[in-house]
Design a protein around this ligand. Structure first.
Ligand SMILES: [Zn+2]
Length: 192
């Protein structure tokens, strides 16, 4: 079985005991890691942390990777970073709880069907995601030049939990976000 996004980790345990969930316990395969600030290699472990990542669905089951991630001491005395967290190529990136594989799937869904419709489609595909998360993925995609828009998608989403709402406009032909307006009313101009 070829799973390229798991090439950098050793699977310690595959647990299918919970209904509809496959849990993979994994750790990095490499002995050390490169400091992202200065590039020097370190194998001096400073600490360990468990990180949970949602991965692509297998056989209708949600896959959760419980990854034991290490923090290393940077051994370069000239580097301003005392410690750094390891990242595993094709599997982790800072501040995201999705693997690049499932993030790519969710971004494709979000660009095709932003908002509630996308969240419903993801649900059918056993990918649990909030519509606001899908809209944030749309906002995170690089913007191209905006030409004549023939099919416009509109949805509203919360900027932060319990905070104000914004309306996102998406060009449904180019699958690109066009604008984000404050408030829930798409007819309102951003500045009166
Ligand atoms: Zn460093």
């Amino acid at each position: 079985m070829s799973l390229p996004h798991l090439a950098g980790v050793v699977l310690e345990l595959v647990d299918c005991a919970a209904a509809g969930v496959v849990t993979l316990d994994a750790r990095a395969r490499s002995a050390g890691a490169d400091c992202p600030h200065c590039g020097s290699t370190s194998d001096q472990v400073h600490g360990r942390d468990m990180r949970r990542l949602a991965d692509a669905v297998v056989g209708g089951a949600n896959v959760v990777i419980e990854l034991l991630m290490r923090r290393f001491k940077c051994r370069n005395p000239g580097c301003w970073a005392l410690t750094f967290a390891e990242q595993i190529a094709r599997l982790t990136s800072p501040h995201t709880r999705y693997t690049p594989l499932v993030r790519g799937q969710l971004t494709s869904i979000a660009l095709a069907l932003a908002g509630r419709a996308g969240a419903r489609l993801a649900g059918v595909m056993s990918l649990r995601v909030a519509k606001d998360t899908l809209l944030r993925l749309v906002r995170a995609t690089p913007e191209g030049p905006v030409g004549q828009i023939r099919v416009l998608g509109v949805d509203d989403f919360a900027l932060r939990k319990g905070d104000s709402y914004a309306t996102i406009l998406v060009d449904l032909e180019t699958r690109r976000p066009v604008d984000v307006l404050p408030g829930r009313d798409a007819n309102r101009r951003p500045h009166g």
